[in-house]
Design a protein around this ligand. Structure first.
Ligand SMILES: Nc1ncnc2c1ncn2[C@@H]1O[C@H](COP(=O)(O)OP(=O)(O)OP(=O)(O)O)[C@@H](O)[C@H]1O
Length: 244
């Protein structure tokens, strides 16, 4: 069974059909990209998976559990984590404290008082920062980090509770080409323990890191397959050459 299964999902805003009968399956350990022209429904689909809004029809199953109308908190407890387009680090706190906060949200007050828990959390915070090349910036305020580093900090925070699936909405927006390249490099190792669903306009970036692509067009799945299959798809080429 797939880790995430979206079945026949529909979402309307008034008379606008933003999603219309969407089916996708994301396997554990894979990086799954959502691409398509502007307004094709990518962010709406990501938000439906994240619980930022509920679909009008269809179902979403995660790790064997129906989460179609689960709250974002319940989804997080089930192992779903997300980083949306707008940077949400706390600029007045250090990079270290931002990750610590993300980790602490799951701990009881009682366990936080124990020095063993605090030692363990300290180790986990530093591992998360090292993984995203931020260990030497641990004490710096998050607001003083570069744009790219703030994005990496936020991904580190989203991964801190060890989710099974990470949702990323345009993580490379506003990054330099070098920061994009490094972002791809930093994401690769998470594959061993976490799947990824990513919306991204940079097609070269998404083709480099993803195993599987779903192409949306006007709220429907236009095509779905491996990166090589999508590159050969004449339907996709037509949409991209005529409208992008
Ligand atoms: N909250 C909302 N209220 C009304 N319409 C919305 C809302 N959110 C999205 N839409 C509309 O739904 C359609 C799909 O939007 P969505 O943002 O999902 O597309 P997208 O593929 O992510 O686009 P882009 O690549 O430009 O970010 C668009 O026509 C958009 O205007």
């Amino acid at each position: 069974m797939a880790l995430l299964e979206v079945r026949n999902v529909g979402k309307s805003f008034g008379t606008l059909r933003a999603l219309d009968g969407i089916d996708i399956a994301v396997q554990a350990g894979t990086f799954h990209g959502l691409i398509g022209p502007n307004g094709s429904g990518k962010s709406t689909l990501l938000k439906a998976i994240a619980g930022a809004h509920f679909p009008n029809s269809g179902s979403i199953t995660f790790d064997g559990r129906d989460i179609t109308t689960a709250t974002p908190y319940e989804r997080a407890r089930a192992g779903l984590s997300l980083k949306f387009q707008i940077t949400a680090v706390l600029p007045e706190l250090s990079a270290y404290d931002n990750v610590l906060l993300a980790l602490q949200s799951d701990q009881s007050l009682w366990s936080l008082l124990s020095s063993r828990t605090r030692r363990r959390l300290n180790g986990e915070v530093m591992t998360a920062l090292e993984r995203f090349r931020l260990a030497d910036r641990a004490d710096d305020l998050a607001g003083e980090l570069s744009h790219g580093q703030q994005q990496w900090l936020e991904i580190a925070m989203a991964l801190a509770p060890r989710p099974k699936l990470l949702l990323l909405d345009e993580p490379t927006g506003g990054m330099s080409p070098e920061e994009r390249r490094v972002t791809g490099e930093l994401l690769q190792p998470i594959r061993s323990h976490c799947a990824l669903v990513i919306v991204e306009h940079d097609l070269d970036f998404i083709k480099d890191i993803c195993d599987h692509l779903t192409v949306l067009d006007q709220g429907k799945v236009l095509d779905d397959g491996t990166v090589a299959e999508i590159e050969r798809s004449t339907r996709v080429q037509e949409v991209y050459t005529s409208r992008v």
